[in-house]
Design a protein around this ligand. Structure first.
Ligand code: ADP
Ligand code: MG
Ligand code: ZN
Length: 481
């Protein structure tokens, strides 16, 4: 058995947040009644002509600029293929002359991924297969909705630079942060606004040639992306090690089965018979449009936000990046920070709680969870003020995740408030702890502070974590002279 290296390149489709579609004046909106946002142009009726949407070009340029691309004179091309959700039988895309080319994106750990191109194209409509099983093969009929047909997209194609599924996830997550930060897209993966195709191959370690790749289509969450890549790598290695070959093909990720399945053998670019779109002139970006794009760029990209978190808030580099490269987490953190009032909670302390929220909410975004940034701020304030111990605070957080609401009310209801030094109960428990472990007590008296652990542990156990460990330690030392 040899050692294998994984090679990954991602293609990310991002819908642009324009008011109208790419080549007509129909509304660009998600979730409307089917087939209300359509016109002769976006359903390809004879004689209808495309007119390029200036706002779409501007948003596409923002993406190019944020990814350090060259923004170039470009050309639209027809990509010819039949699919029922595409009424014209061709898609207007860009081919050999894309708007944005040759950029890069740095991952949080500094690893640089090349961006080959980020070109403009139109989206297709949407098919719904109707039938009891929901499977395409068993469908009784299909419905087509052309609302999405002609919605502007930017397809961002990476170089095959990534080597692990973790890097692929980091890339997709950071790219999403950039799309949102630039205002180019809302980045909603669950609404199909951002869709990821993963190209995966393996090769023997040390080899300089790439192996044959498979393309896994339409992954719509970061966790599917990671799992699909891991599965596919295992499949390809097993195939090669048993003497087989990998066929270049397009595969589908079956979420519930947890595996990829062959969809079709891979088409080549020349199968599409690309040719320059005769109804559109080449696109030359004017200085005026350039200026509009530059002026609209956010004052802060994720990487800059991370730098600010480090510089101004004192977060360490890892934490700063973890928050800044995930736009939602970053916003959540900053809202919580704004809600902290004069109770001495600093940014670092607050930031330490965010991973605990994330760990508890799973795939949800913090914004969708029941823990509002304000209630997290209140909880951290209570811990800081020693109104609840750190351990009890974690328990309150778990309850907040389940039921939401006011942390103060939860603390009162569950009796999780800290036992303070002045409460008699604590003194009694300290006496009990000393009586239960006279050897440890003797060692502490003799100056061996390490022996205090079991005594503090006793009190913490008895109070179920409601006492403040530091306070208990202080009291025991006092008691033992
Ligand atoms: P296509 O239209 O055929 O999907 P593209 O050029 O648009 O081709 O995209 C190719 C994608 O596949 C790029 O992201 C590229 O980095 C990636 N890729 C190319 N060769 C390999 C390979 N051997 N292994 C993994 N990824 C690859
Ligand atoms: Mg492709
Ligand atoms: Zn239209």
């Amino acid at each position: 058995m040899s050692e294998w290296e994984t090679v990954i390149g991602l293609e990310v489709h991002s819908e642009l947040a324009t008011k109208t579609k790419l080549f007509c004046g129909c509304r660009n909106a998600f979730g409307d009644e089917p087939n209300v946002n359509i016109c002769p142009t976006c359903i390809g009726l004879p004689g209808a002509l495309p007119v390029l949407n200036e706002q779409a070009v501007e948003l596409a340029m923002r993406i190019g600029a944020a990814l350090h691309c060259d923004i170039r004179p470009s050309e639209f091309a027809r990509k010819n293929y039949f699919y029922p959700d595409q009424a014209k039988d061709y898609q207007i895309s860009q081919y050999d002359l894309p708007l944005n080319a040759e950029g890069w994106l740095d991952l949080p750990d500094g690893f640089r991924v090349g961006v080959t191109r980020a070109h403009m194209e139109e989206d297709t409509g949407k098919l719904t297969h109707v039938g009891a099983s929901g499977r395409i093969n068993a469908a009784e009929h299909a419905l087509v909705d052309y609302n999405r047909s002609g919605v502007p997209l930017v397809e961002i194609v990476s170089e095959p630079d990534m080597r692990t599924s973790a890097q692929a996830r980091a890339y997709a997550s950071e790219l999403r942060g950039i799309l949102i930060a630039t205002g180019a897209s809302d980045g909603r993966m669950e609404e199909g606004s951002m869709r990821v195709d993963a190209n995966v191959s393996v090769r023997p370690v040390g080899s300089h040639e790439f192996g044959t790749r498979c393309e896994i289509k339409n992954l719509n969450s970061f966790s599917s992306l990671g799992r699909a890549i891991d599965y596919e790598v295992g499949r390809q290695i097993a195939l090669l090690e048993s003497g087989g070959v990998v066929d270049q093909e397009t595969r589908h990720w079956d979420e519930s089965a947890g595996r990829t399945e062959a969809l079709r053998s891979k088409e080549e670019a020349n199968d599409y018979r690309y040719f320059p779109e005769p109804d559109l002139v080449p696109l030359l970006v004017t200085e005026k449009l350039w200026e509009a794009a530059r002026n609209a760029m956010p004052t802060e990209l994720p990487i800059e936000r991370a730098a600010r978190f480090e510089r101004e808030l004192g977060l360490n580099a890892d934490r700063a990046r973890e928050l800044a490269f995930n736009a939602e987490r970053g916003d959540y953190f900053e809202r919580a920070l704004a809600a902290v009032h004069g109770d001495g909670v600093d940014a670092v302390e607050l930031s330490n709680w965010i991973p605990q929220v994330v760990e508890r909410i799973g795939d949800l975004s913090p914004a969708e969870s029941k823990v509002s940034p304000e209630s997290l701020a209140a909880l951290v304030g209570m811990v800081k003020a020693s109104e609840v111990s750190r351990d009890a605070g974690r328990e309150v957080l778990s309850l907040l995740v389940q039921e939401g609401g006011d942390p103060r009310a939860i603390v009162a209801r569950e009796g999780l408030g800290a036992i303070s030094a002045t409460e008699d109960g604590l003194g009694e428990l300290i006496d009990q702890a000393i009586a239960a472990d006279p050897t440890a007590a003797e060692q502490v008296r003799a100056g061996n502070m390490r022996a205090i652990g079991p005594l503090v542990g006793y009190v913490m156990r008895e109070t179920k974590g409601r006492a403040d460990g530091g306070e208990v330690t202080r009291l025991i030392r006092e008691r033992l002279g």
